[in-house]
Design a protein around this ligand. Structure first.
Ligand code: FES
Ligand code: FES
Length: 155
């Protein structure tokens, strides 16, 4: 099988995988990076949301070959060392999570939004279509607005 090298959470990694293997399997099953969750596997629920070169993407529908030479960030790589990303901090302060299953994807989607729209409107926030079966949408919106007043770093 071919080798693919990419930067994962700041460090280069090389994996041996079929070119069409979804990145979610590469992350979870080959590399043991389990922050991105498997919900639907078809790009709908967004539980797997991570960043590709700083933009939100869904690794369940992105082949590993498309990530070669790119920069992939998962929830594990969002904080800056011991310092949480402002979105993570806001999530804690607003006590957003319920069961938690969707939350890594929600946080990564919010961080990607704030990187391009530091002061998002409700309509901007509505462009995030990550599913939460626990219905935490109200707290997610509040936490995004909370994080927006912090100094959100571009990624
Ligand atoms: S697992 Fe549902 S969008 Fe990736
Ligand atoms: S917190 Fe349970 S699915 Fe979102």
């Amino acid at each position: 099988m071919p080798n693919y090298t990419f930067v994962l959470n700041g460090s280069p990694v090389t994996v041996d995988a079929p070119p069409d293997m979804p990145m979610l399997w590469v992350l979870r099953d080959i590399l043991g990076v389990t922050g991105p969750k498997y919900g639907c596997g078809v790009g709908v629920c967004r539980a797997c949301t991570s960043h590709l070169n700083g933009a939100a993407f869904n690794p369940c529908v992105t082949p590993v070959a498309d990530c070669a030479g790119q920069r992939v960030t998962t929830i594990e790589g969002l904080a800056n060392g011991e310092t949480l990303h402002p979105v993570q901090q806001a999530w804690l302060e607003e006590d957003v999570a319920a069961c938690g299953f969707c939350q890594a994807g929600q946080i990564m989607a919010a961080a990607a939004l704030l990187a391009t729209k530091p002061n998002p409107t409700d309509d901007d926030i509505d462009t995030i279509d990550n599913v939460c079966r626990c219905g935490t949408y109200h707290r997610i919106r509040k936490a995004i607005k909370h994080a927006a007043v912090q100094d959100t770093p571009a990624r």
